[in-house]
Design a protein around this ligand. Structure first.
Ligand code: 6R9
Length: 659
């Protein structure tokens, strides 16, 4: 880190490796009884009813869990409910219509507040508009939108009429949008004209239009939100609609929320896997919403009167579960911020916390490492005393960053929850309960009550404390993905095949993370064991990036690995073989970068590109990625004798140090 080391913090906190939850916090916490672990164990799976009981159901479930078709589990079977009703209507009915539901801060400083009544009104109007356009129950609606209130409104409008949404992160490229719309056969798109980033207005619609050109089926309708206020006149056809006009045309209309089966799809969310094709993770209405609400209650300690802020983007699962569905199901005030944390100044987030008296703040380790780098002086002028709980998610947090967060943001009076989970798990899985457990910086904690997380060897035995192994989950949970969209086979292959034994009906979920465990069953997640990188907490498939690179004329082959990065955690390192007669020059480098950004988005931008005549390969022809990682990190190289071409290693090292 480049800032002055905080001597006092170092001295006092460095040695400390566990922290008790602050008493003041425990006194008011939602969950404080350590017996909850036993309760779930003894009363499993019925204990999960306490998650479902946080919601209002149109029809009670007949069975909590049906395992007949494992690993295609079903939860709260026979139950019926509507997610939008649970996130909006019931709070209006319960006399809380004037409470703020969404508080939004634009990057330039504008603010908008939607009370639950406002939200109710606009969700209904947009739901009516979608219906009018022809959207029917079970049609997938793609939402390609940045952090503006119309995004959660569109999600809830879809949920109201039983149309699953598929949100595509606004930072993704036109190609990525097309791939996802094609995969989901999605015939409807909601997008916007543009948004602000570091003070610049970005043209988003141009990207959306370009993406639409790559969609292979007919797209029925495109709705465009006017974020920038300069009404776009360049709609490309009669099937383009202005969001405000649609909502005005349906002024005051009401749409009865559709009763959905607990197992009906609430949404699809695409995530990166080991192959080039992103995976469409399917989440359901009953299990997912119960799980998002339950974990928001038990781990984030959300109360209706709180102002809660998760600084993720709704385009990722964290935003789905912990900006939109969990917090709104509990009827709290959820914050949204459009912009970047250092615009216009590096204290922007703390300004927002102070101004809104935020109670709970949930962010990513990569953000915390940036705050550390910028220096604590950016927090010092701000009153952060409203904060009660801090959380992190997305990647492992190093103890130093954890302690910095605890001390400088939380003033040693807020518990920090380090929450391990995935797009596929729907919600948090491994974390401390802030009102129950002590915290150990760097270690996420035990599996949540009812979550059977175990770290195992290849022989399926649990590892000894301190040893590394694979993280697994050995019992189903309500928030779990049900399948990969239209690909049951890949679902079984990706998550269950490694450790399950179908013959004895033993099903073990493998999230593709390495981990170790200590004597108190606290799990430290070490990172992915597959070819997926975690750049600033975002999952990127190396295959996806490699295929974008070999698409550049002049590049014959490419290998992408993760190199250590001070702020991003991991960064994209590219080793590429050029074709005969092509120079690995600046021009080619630029074309590689452009192609990666076009195929995926700026988040996948390579940190380093090394052109080489060969890649180190084993005798069976496999690229030795470990070795390339070690070279990227300047680490001691392991044994290279199994290589078919050991001489190339020195050569590549030379090229790296020449750069
Ligand atoms: C929610 C989310 C999932 C992957 C996951 C793991 C990493 C997430 C973590 C963590 C260590 C934590 N990860 N939280 N690693 N400690 N607290 O991030 O979902 O985008 O699907 O990423 O992120 O490697 O497998 P997703």
């Amino acid at each position: 880190m480049t800032d002055e080391p905080d001597v006092e913090l170092e001295a006092r906190l460095e040695e400390q490796d566990s922290f008790e939850p602050p008493e003041e916090f425990v006194e008011q916490a939602n969950v404080t009884d350590p017996g909850i672990y036993e309760e779930f164990e003894e009363n499993w799976p019925d204990a999960w009813e306490q998650a479902a009981d946080l919601l209002d159901w149109d029809d009670e479930w007949d069975e909590v869990l049906v395992e007949e078709d494992a690993p295609f589990y079903e939860w709260f079977v026979g139950g019926e409910l509507n997610a939008a009703y649970n996130c909006v209507d019931r709070h209006v009915e319960n006399g809380r219509k004037n409470q703020a539901a969404i508080r939004w801060e634009g990057e330039l400083g504008e603010t908008r507040t939607y009370t639950y009544q406002d939200l109710y009104r606009e969700v209904n109007e947009f739901a009516a508009a979608l219906r009018d356009l022809g959207v029917e129950e079970d049609d997938v609606v793609t939402l390609y939108m940045p952090m503006i209130p119309e995004l959660p409104i569109a999600m809830l409008a879809c949920a109201r009429i039983g149309a699953p949404h598929s949100v595509v992160f606004a930072g993704f490229s036109a190609d990525a949008l097309a791939t996802r719309m094609n995969s989901a056969d999605s015939e409807y798109l909601v997008t916007c004209d543009g948004y602000y980033r570091r003070g610049d207005a970005l043209n988003h619609k141009e990207k959306a239009d370009e993406g639409l050109r790559g969609v292979e089926h007919e797209v029925e309708d495109i709705v465009v939100v006017d974020r920038l206020g300069d009404k776009l006149t360049h709609f490309l056809g009669a099937n383009y609609h202005d969001y405000d006009e649609l909502v005005d045309d349906h002024d005051g209309e009401r749409v009865e929320p559709v009763s959905r089966d607990a197992e009906d799809m609430l949404f699809l969310m695409y995530t990166s896997g080991t192959t080039g094709q992103p995976k469409g993770v399917k989440h359901t209405t009953g299990g997912y919403l119960s799980y998002a609400a339950w974990t928001s209650h038990a781990v984030l300690d959300i109360e209706p009167e709180d102002t809660y802020w998760c600084s993720a983007d709704i385009g990722w699962i964290t935003g789905h579960s912990y900006i939109v569905y969990g917090p709104l199901a509990l009827g709290t005030t959820t914050m949204m911020y459009e912009g970047t944390p250092d615009y216009p100044e590096k204290d922007r987030l703390w300004e927002i916390v102070e101004k809104n008296a935020v109670d709970i703040f949930y962010t990513a380790p990569t953000a915390i490492r940036s705050f550390m780098k910028w220096g604590k002086e950016h927090l010092e002028g701000r009153d952060l005393s409203s904060l009660r709980l801090l959380g992190t998610v997305g990647e492992p947090i190093n103890p130093r960053a954890w302690k910095w967060y605890y001390k400088h943001v939380g003033d040693e009076s807020c518990p920090v929850v380090d929450t391990w989970w995935q797009t596929e798990t729907g919600g948090m899985m491994v974390t401390t309960l802030p009102g129950v457990n002590e915290m150990k910086p760097g270690s996420a904690g035990p599996g949540l009550p009812g979550v059977d997380a175990k770290v195992i060897h290849p022989d399926k035995e649990e590892v000894e404390p301190g040893q590394a192994g694979h993280l697994t989950v050995q019992k189903p949970w309500p928030g779990m993905l049900r399948t990969l969209y239209q690909n049951d086979e890949r679902f079984v292959q990706e998550y269950w095949e490694e450790y399950s034994d179908p013959d004895s009906d033993e099903w073990i979920y493998f999230p593709e993370d390495g981990a170790k465990v200590d004597e108190d069953d606290y799990i430290t997640v070490l990172g992915r064991v597959d070819d997926v990188l975690n750049v600033s907490g975002h999952r990127l498939g190396t295959m996806e990036i490699e295929s974008a690179i070999v698409g550049v004329p002049g590049v014959a082959e490419a290998a992408v690995v993760g190199g250590d990065h001070e702020v991003k955690g991991e960064a994209v390192y590219v080793y590429a073989i050029t074709e005969e007669g092509t120079d690995g020059d600046e021009d080619l480098r630029e074309r590689v970068v452009d192609n990666v950004e076009d195929a995926i988005g700026p988040i996948a931008r390579p940190e380093e590109i090394v052109f080489t005549p060969e890649l180190p390969k084993t005798r069976s022809g496999k690229i030795m990625r470990r070795l390339l990682e070690d070279i990227a990190n300047g680490d001691e190289l392991g044994n290279t004798s199994t290589l078919r071409n050991p001489d190339i290693v020195d050569d590549i090292q030379q090229r790296v140090s020449d750069d």
